[in-house]
Design a protein around this ligand. Structure first.
Ligand code: PLP
Length: 395
């Protein structure tokens, strides 16, 4: 028996364990001091009431002979796919029902989609990045080319002139940087991908946070159906991080080497996946009802207003940042030229505020820091004031 040796090339992630260790040590040293976490990457508000009602109703239904559900369609029930189709149609994006694949979340699909591609492909991955894109390609041993995101390109890197990539990862609004591509920028990416016969793996997990004219789906861009796959999730849209449901759009027009990627993904899913629970899909369907969407929008507004409170504190302290408008994430330049972990230590000691060092998301993240609006509103206000005071003390 031989092992997949690529696993030896994965770098251990100490990011969140190191944060936890440092916070525990701080608590032991200063048990009386308050700690506020602005580093949370998980939602904190409860599930919207219409979703809970739908979950309960579906649970009751499955306890009856007439309403029992066994294995469902691997690619999702028609009622949920129709709801998703309607969600896109409301933004003038037409999807065929068989272009929609319901899943247990974006993380699994972003990872599993790689089954469709040769390990010989060259992959373009932004730095800093949501680590799943990187690690899943390392596991397969693909060649990775990093796309540098920095303050000069506003953390929205554009197609490279000197690299021909096969697989491109784009995430907008972005985790960790909160930056969002404009229509014009995405059109350039679509043109690059079509020209190079590459595929864009577009992660739209935070699309519901977009408030301005930035696209919420790559399929709002002409030409995207021949070069892109979109991953979306109800985790941040509707608080499903623990309930688990997402969906992936694989256009029928997307082909490579004369083969349909939609057909390949269907084959992959029907072979390796047995679908999302019926009860969860009924809860997901309720997300797209009028009452469900309203409740989700209210929750997102709560997180977004937390992000605005943090952004205002940074504006007042004269600190550069991206995000915070179309995103729950704020990505700030560490003040006084500090490195990410030095600023982490300083902020914890000085203000009792916990964030996430940018260097944990890639080399280009060094010197940056991620804060999030996923916390409690009162605590966020308190933490933002402390953050501002701590930064001003450095000047
Ligand atoms: N994509 C991005 C960019 C994320 O930040 C996350 C979660 O934090 C995910 C995907 C995972 O989504 P899901 O919970 O649907 O697996």
């Amino acid at each position: 028996m031989q092992l997949n040796k690529n696993y030896q090339n994965l770098s251990d992630s100490y990011l969140f364990s190191t944060i936890a260790k440092k916070v525990t040590e701080y608590k032991e040293r200063f048990p009386e001091k308050e700690i506020i976490r602005l580093g949370i990457g998980d939602v904190t508000l409860p599930l919207p009431a219409p979703v809970v009602e739908a979950l309960k109703k579906a649970a009751d239904e499955t306890g009856t002979a007439a309403g029992f559900h066994g294995y469902g369609p691997e690619q999702g029930y028609g009622f949920l796919k129709e709801a998703i189709q309607g969600y896109y149609a409301a933004r003038n994006t037409h999807l065929e029902l068989n272009e929609i694949f319901v899943s247990d979340g974006a993380k699994s699909d972003v990872a599993n989609i790689l089954d469709l591609f040769s390990t010989e492909n060259t992959v373009l991955i932004p730095d800093p990045v949501y680590p799943v894109y990187l690690d899943t390609n390392v596991m397969h041993g693909r060649k990775i080319v990093y796309l540098q995101a920095n303050a000069q390109n506003n953390f929205c890197p554009m197609p490279p002139k000197d690299v021909v990539a096969d697989i491109i990862y784009l995430c907008s609004p972005n985790n960790p940087t909160g930056s969002t591509y404009t229509r014009g920028q995405l059109a350039e990416w679509v043109a690059y991908a079509n020209q190079n016969k590459a595929v864009i793996l577009y992660d739209a997990a935070y699309e519901a946070f977009v408030t301005d004219d930035c696209p919420r789906s790559i399929f709002e861009i002409e030409g995207a159906k021949t070069c892109a796959i979109e991953f979306c999730s109800l985790s941040k849209t509707a608080g499903f991080t623990g309930t688990r449901c997402g969906y992936t759009i694989v256009p029928l027009a997307l082909t490579a080497e004369g083969k349909s990627l939609n057909k390949m993904w269907l084959r992959r899913q029907t072979t390796k996946f047995n679908g999302v629970p019926y009860i969860v899909q009924r809860g997901a369907e309720a997300v797209f009802s009028q009452a469900g969407l309203k409740a989700c929008i209210d929750n997102i507004a709560y997180y977004r207003s937390n992000a605005a409170v943090i952004a205002a504190a940074l504006d007042e302290a004269g600190v550069w940042y991206s995000g915070g408008k179309n995103s729950p994430y704020i990505w700030l330049q560490c003040p006084a030229g500090m490195k990410s972990w030095d600023f982490f230590d300083y902020l914890l000691e000085e203000a009792g505020v916990v964030g996430t060092p940018g260097s944990g998301f890639g080399a280009c993240g060094e010197g940056y820091f991620r804060l999030t609006g996923f916390g409690d509103a009162e605590n966020t206000k308190k933490a933002a004031a402390k953050l501002k005071a701590a930064i001003q003390k450095l000047k």
